[in-house]
Write a protein that binds this ligand. Structure first.
Ligand code: IMP
Length: 178
């Protein structure tokens, strides 16, 4: 285990097992619909790669670059689009793939932004959800794991652009970010 990690929340094999279930659920719900999967960068790049490979379903892959955190662990509510979609989502079924849902401010903003492009439907698939921290109402249709209020890293999630390549999800030692 990395020295900055207090404890491992989900091992690689536990994450993969849950993603297989999520992929099967999405493939069943979206059969014949060719959804557009939009990964919110950077945190969801690892999750997206595993999720779409767990879906036995034709789909389109898109990336949306968003920056809200800087190097701090608290959201400011300000969301900046750093990379826009390439493809058109008008009249398409969209699934927004997010690493973690915390206050909900980022997704709330993004849903408004994407809704203005008139998709046929739009749902959220979040790997992690911290419902205790919610400040605006956002309800993911698919959730990997519900977690307590702790700052987690690994499996794509960072603190100050570090730890994204850890294969597990772990709680960061508070002294690292305080
Ligand atoms: P929200 O706008 O507060 O819901 O925050 C969503 C974004 O904040 C996520 O996409 C992450 O980039 C980041 N975030 C929130 N909680 C954590 C965490 O525990 N670890 C790493 N990043 C986090």
């Amino acid at each position: 285990m990395h020295k900055d990690i207090e404890r491992v929340l989900f091992r690689d094999d536990e994450i993969q097992a849950r993603i297989l279930e999520l992929g099967a659920a999405i493939a069943k719900d979206y059969e014949g619909k060719n959804p557009v999967m939009i990964a919110v960068l950077k945190g969801s790049f690892v999750f997206m790669a595993d999720l779409v490979r767990a879906m036995d379903l034709p789909c389109q892959i898109e990336f949306l670059g968003v920056s809200s955190y800087g190097s701090k662990s608290e959201t400011t509510g300000a969301v900046r689009i750093t990379r826009d979609l390439e493809g058109d989502i008008e009249d398409r079924h969209v699934i927004v793939v997010e690493d973690i849902l915390d206050s909900g401010l980022t997704l709330n903003y993004l849903l408004g932004y994407l809704q203005s492009r008139q998709p046929k439907s739009m749902e959220i698939c979040a790997l992690l959800d911290k419902p205790e921290r919610r400040r605006v109402e956002v309800s993911p249709r698919y959730t990997g794991f519900t977690i307590p209020d702790a700052f987690v890293v690994g499996y794509g999630l960072d603190f100050a652009e570090r730890y994204r390549n850890l294969p597990y999800i772990g709680v960061l030692k508070p002294e690292v970010y305080q």
